[in-house]
Design a protein around this ligand. Sequence first.
Ligand code: PCA
Length: 328
Amino acid sequence: MTLLRATVPAIAGLLGLAAAALPAAAEVWDMPLAYSATNYHSENAAAFAAAVTERTDGALEIRTHPSGSLFPGDEIFGAVRRNLAPIGERLMSALGNEDALFEIDALPFLATSFEESRRLWEASRPAIEEILAEKDLVLLYVVPWPPQGLYASVPVESVADMEGLTFRAYNAATSRLAELMGAVPTQIEAAELSQAFATGVAESMISSGSTGYDRALWEFVDYWYDVQAWLPKNMVIANAEAFAALDDDTRAILMEEAAAAEARGWARAAELAGWYAEQLAANGMTVAPPSDALAGDFAELGDVMVTEWLERAGERGQAVVDAFRAAE
Ligand code: PCA
């Protein structure tokens, strides 16, 4: 008895000392991304991953997997929710079936510049964080795409020219817009774009100059109209359980680097927007502002979509839109 009483605390003490002296067990987080490795979102995520890995001395190592190579874009949100991946990046507005509020940044002409988009994000962030928390997810950072324009295989003077064209959609909102234009939408991830355009499954789409550049869309279509319809965002989220399992210091580093990645990503998107448009033109595309008729048609369809969205998004949606408009 005496021996035991003396020995147990001694052993515990030794173990405690040993545990404190050992480095924290290394944790590896695989981070699925939907877009190509050379896209600025993916490069930004890779810089974020490297910074977290370095600053935690490898206690948390993040490995990015671009181009939908670990999970295709439309499976990333579900994978992070189920902790099949502890962290991942997803186009926020593609999650409208999870909650209408996620679509707020894909409403035509609500916020059309980086500055407005930033204000819309500030107005919507608390509600988005709340919705993510309800789904056991933690928001790390968001980064916008440049303003969205219209790619088409034929000249488009007004929406009537879109009648019957196949249209690549990247979320429910772009599908709805295509329907309102009389086009024929199919939802396709960016990683599959070249094939869709090569086979005629898509003859048109709305996206940024960034995605057209990444996918060399000039090989398939001749026109890009710089409509500046909205700026959708990618968001990087973590599984709440995986996040809670990290120690305090690691969590603090993760959040600091997330804030740095958000700032870096917004700056980079704004810096690159014009350059992408130039690259489309340099590769032979007609890059032009929309005609007055096309801009007017889009504005009308935009109003329809905002009205429809407000019905689905309810009071929480209305409150965010009001907060955004009040900050103007
Ligand atoms: N590129 C992404 C979403 C928005 C954008 O500009 C895409 O086309 O999938």
